[in-house]
Structure formats: C-alpha cells, structure tokens
Design a protein around this ligand. Sequence first.
Ligand code: PHE
Length: 336
Amino acid sequence: MENEINALKEQLAASRQEPRADAEQFRLKFLSKKGSVSVLIDAFRALPPDEKKKWGKDLNQLKAAAEAIYEDLKQGEAASVDTVATHVVFDIPVYLHEPGGKHPINLVRDEMLQIFSKLGFEPAEGPELEDDWHNFGALNFAENHPARDMQDTFFAGDRVLRTHTSSVQIREMESKKPPLRLVMPGRVYRNEAVSARSNCFFHQLEGLYIDENVSFADLKQTLFYFVSAFFGEGTKIRFRPSYFPFTEPSAEMDIWAGTETEEDRRLTKGTGWLEILGCGMVHPNVLKNCGIDPEKYSGYAFGMGLDRIAMLRYGVKDIRDFFHNDIRFLQQFAAY
Ligand code: PHE
C-alpha cells in the first residue's frame, strides 16, 4: 500500500506541474471508476481492519488532493488559498503561476549600473519634478538663452518635468564633496514630436566623475570601455563634437544600427547611426554653481539614452513599443 500511495503522490505532483493539463483527462486518469485513485480505494476496502487504520488518512488526503487539482483544472487556474488550506498535502508542489519579468528598460539599466559599479561608480537618484535652477540655471543655461530651446520643456507651475538627468548631477555636487563617481538613472520628459525614435518621455543614465586631474581621455576611455562591455568588442561607433552649455568640450556618441531595412533607415534618419549619448568635461561655471573649486577639480559627465540602448540591444525598431504595456511584447523579455 505504501508504495502505491507514494507512486500516486508522485503522479499527482507531476500533473500539477503541467500547467495546461486537461481537466477531463485528469479525471479519467485519477478519479473515474477505473482511475488510479479509485482503484487504490477499492484495494483499500479489501484490506484487513488494522491495515485500513494505517492507510485510511493518507488515502483520504490523496483523494482530496486529486479532487482539488481537478477543480483547479476545471477552473483553469491555480488552487485558491482555501482549497490548499483544507487539503494540505505538503509534498505536492503548488501549481506554478507564470512569473513576471523585468521591463526591458530596467534590464538594460541594471546591466549598465553593474558595468559602471565595476569602475567604482555609485548609483544616485533625484526628483522628476524639478526647479529651474537644477534643470537649467546651475547647468549654465543662460536666462532666455536659445540653448533652452534644445530641450522642449513641460512646465508644471513654477517647476518643470526634468528634461534630462543632468539635474541630478547638480543635486549631488551641491550636497557632496569631491571625489564623486556617480551614475544616476531616471525618467525624463520632453515636449517633442513623438516618433519611432523619440518619445515625450524616455530614460537616461547620467554619469559624473569629479576629482583632481580628470581629463577628456579618461572620459573617452570610460565610454569606450562601456560600449565594449555592453555591446561587445568591435562594436562600430562614432564619437563626434557637439555642444551642451554645461560641458566644454562636448561630444556625442553614435552606434551603428545599419541601413538594411526600411525600419533601420527610419530609425537612423537614413544614416545608419543612432545617437546614444551626450558627454563632455563639466563646465567650470557648473562646478562654481555647486560650490566646487574649478581651479582644483575637473570632471566629466555623460547622459546616455536607455531607450535607444535597449532598442539596439533587443532589435526594437519603435521606441513607443516599450510603453504600450502590451503583454505579448513584454513577455519576450521575461526569460532574460
Ligand atoms: N543632458 C544631455 C541631454 O540630455 C546629455 C549630457 C549629459 C551631455 C551630460 C553632456 C553631459 O541631451
């Protein structure tokens, strides 16, 4: 009897792990007149009384568990807490729910944080609703200067939805003393025409390194290291001069996305290159604005676009796909 009960327990456990088992098949196999639970109960009836005493409880539990599984299967869902509580058979594994997964933007963010943590960069965060000083003023955007038009801003009363994570640089430099080595991920907002390559909100990872004698070569080396760690050795990049009011000199980096398909051409405006970051040496005025002596300290900063990086990593051709919350899209990342 013992062997048979154990064998049946195992079979039931196995059937529980099969998430789309058919209820009727289960009933036929275990609970119908010729089903293995019923057959075992028939055998039990023929036992002498002292044997019956020994096995009766186990068998009842087994039957109750089989019935509970059958009910679950019929309802097409996992055992409710009630069913489990009244028919406790601890060695039958619970019916597995499909697990959730991380959002692709978070997958990319976490991997980037990890790469930078190896280089000694610590994470920091700041608010999405910012004041003009942290988003613009301290970053050397002159009042009424056209540079402010670079980033079409959403205003909220006397505040703004931050247009970049560079605002977090300012908060960190104001509140901490160099040396600083930080990475600051977060969501940013821009009042831009929405398209396959730009959305009205997106995500950045800001980097900041302030110390004595930090050079442009250090910046380049860090970014190149990042690209080969994240995208692999030999990734095709373009590093070109640019302008930001808060860095001098400034640069931008593009990654080769190709021009083969119509989608690639649309995404890269026909060039094959996708811009993933802006960077540069922190402007002395910015250091001064945060109470850091530019005679003593220098540093670099960069702001990477997480959404663009996720598009390159996963071959997503439209940035908006990340935010429809379509379960069929999101499920593709559950295994990562
Ligand atoms: N804040 C810039 C942007 O959003 C990127 C940047 C960050 C450039 C840091 C230079 C230094 O486009």
